[in-house]
Design a protein around this ligand. Sequence first.
Ligand code: ADP
Ligand code: F6P
Length: 467
Amino acid sequence: MSETVQDKVDFLVVANRLPVDRKVDDDGNVSWKSSPGGLVTALEPVMQRKGGAWIGWHGAPDEVVAPFHHDGYDIHPVPLSAQEVEEYYEGFANATLWPLYHDCIVEPVFHREWWDAYQKVNKRFAEQAAEQASTGATVWVQDYQLNLVPKYLREMRPDLRIGFFLHIPFPPIELYSRLPWREELVEGLLGADLVGFQTPGAAANFQRLAKHRPGVTAARGRARTPDGRTVVIHDFPISIDSRGFHELATSEKVQAEAAKLREDLGNPETIIFGVDRLDYTKGLHQRIRAVGELFKEGKLDPHEVVFLQLATPSRERVEEYRILRDDINLLVGQINSKVGTIANRAVVYRNESVPREVLAAMYQVADLMLVTPVRDGMNLVAKEYIACRSNDDSALVLSEFAGAARELKQAYMVNPYDIDGMKATIMKALAESPKVKARKMRSMRRQVFDKTIDVWANSFLEELGVA
Ligand code: ADP
Ligand code: F6P
């Protein structure tokens, strides 16, 4: 494969984020770090196998960065000004659409200037894709930050095959209808040939909206647009590179890291683990409260049990994320000041991102995994845990509001809003017989190893007619 950036390519991914984030320290030194979030975890192995180009923002404002070759594919950084980061990314994408699409857990904010910035930036992404795509190329647009790209791109390049995949939930019409620009966003997505969602429910919500557009008919997963095109609407539950995660987790290096980690945590009998972006959709508050109460009530003994919670800082300039960060710090402090000792902290909370090997070691030592979002498109952490465990004596507690709950049916399901229910389920999972735990793990392992990220990508691209 060529190491130089190609002029035009047959396959492009367009996503707000690139797989790597550019960081510049106070002395002006530049480094690249792996980007946060499930989209990058899922798409990186697809691009490594397929090649082509990835178009996205490199994570720093006011910088133009030249295209470069990375891990077998080309990277085309799209520049954003500081004002665009504020209005398009932090504003419209993450303070308007993100809460709206996640059941309005927090109140979505509507600003007309943010909408203007969203249109302008979506146009820039579309122009960049149009520039890089060869005749008849496939362009795969990702996620809620780029809802308008399919329509803009089709106007610029009618020869392209255009797919769109939404990584997060798609809300019911009753919530979606609050959006002042609801028509424009639906039109944006209808520019694609195929619009994919995580679940059948999300696909049905979109189909119902599409049907309300003038001149559009939509039924049984197909919409006919006024210009005579057919847009397929379907669910494609996303996954991970299961084998890659498993091989990493069982490697000697990670096993050694896991042994050291267990020791650093004081060799407890039981390790409970959670790992998320620090996001209000992840149900961190409810989860930490539930475990904290179990410690306070003496049902969990801090000499025997440690709860390790990792939370990657995320979208830190958006107000709701700042409030959450302070809230969680306070809650963890309150729990640890009442239970445990200096040597035996009940809750070990780390507000940081860790390299993949360290994360795999954490999955290796986790006897019980807590994945309790109040709403989540899929949640890849749940699948990573299953893929990384080589020990059958393990248990996954999973929110029924995560897309993953449709597939990992053998998990211990919880409603994260029901703190008492969650506490009871955690205790049940901890007390379960090894035989039942092993049966559940085997069944979930089959699911995660059968339905891998390759299966996801191939089924989407086949439906798009390009695999
Ligand atoms: P989202 O896309 O909303 O962030 P997912 O659970 O689907 O949620 O994906 C999160 C991804 O980010 C997973 O691949 C997970 O391993 C990774 N991740 C989350 N928190 C951390 C962390 N603290 N350190 C390293 N990786 C993390
Ligand atoms: O998977 C959902 C998602 O919002 C991705 O689109 C995004 O890249 C990731 O989470 C992390 O969020 P951000 O890019 O805002 O840091």
